[in-house]
Design a binder for this molecule. Sequence first.
Ligand SMILES: [Zn+2]
Ligand SMILES: [Zn+2]
Length: 211
Amino acid sequence: MPRYCPTCNRSEADVKFYGNFCEICAGEKLSEGLIDKVEIQKCKECQRIRVKGRFIGENRTNLEEALQQSFKNNHVHLVAYDAKEAITKVSVEGPDGKLTIDRKIKLKYTKTLCDRCYKVKCEYYEAVFQLRGDKNRIEKVIKHVTALFERNNEFISKMESKDGGIDVYLSSKRLATEFVAYYKLYPKMSYTLAGVKNGKKQYKNTYAIHL
Ligand SMILES: [Zn+2]
Ligand SMILES: [Zn+2]
């Protein structure tokens, strides 16, 4: 004698059962407590999304991680998505064990500026290379420093022609210092007080480099 679902009367011969109910009805019951909307912060400049406090590229893996954050203990598998909606399978722990539920989740994007784009916009910099001397060598240094900064998700804020050379404004003094050490450029250093952050004086570094 096959069992019948007390809610919808489907037979055990046609659908799988979960506890006393068919999987469809059991799934509907269990999904009542689940969220159906997830808010995602997206940078309006670089289009990256915020996951666990970091901005990363929007792709299937990263979006799945963003959804997982909202679902906490229930495991989410992202099947497909577009700009408005994600189609997922959510594993829910119910009274009769785990059940995987098909779930559509509305995606609500909030536009924001990520740290990096914010800094680019206001021409943030921590270090200046004052490159003087041979024009070809200056060009080479600019090429290498640009590549290093881009590889590390940092940036060149601006460049200015000055005193027959070029001033290059850089977003990270840590990277700037690594660069001059690696290429053995022996700069003449100077420091300008830029302000105070958390009670500590902040300096901008200037590296006078003769090439
Ligand atoms: Zn049913
Ligand atoms: Zn951005």
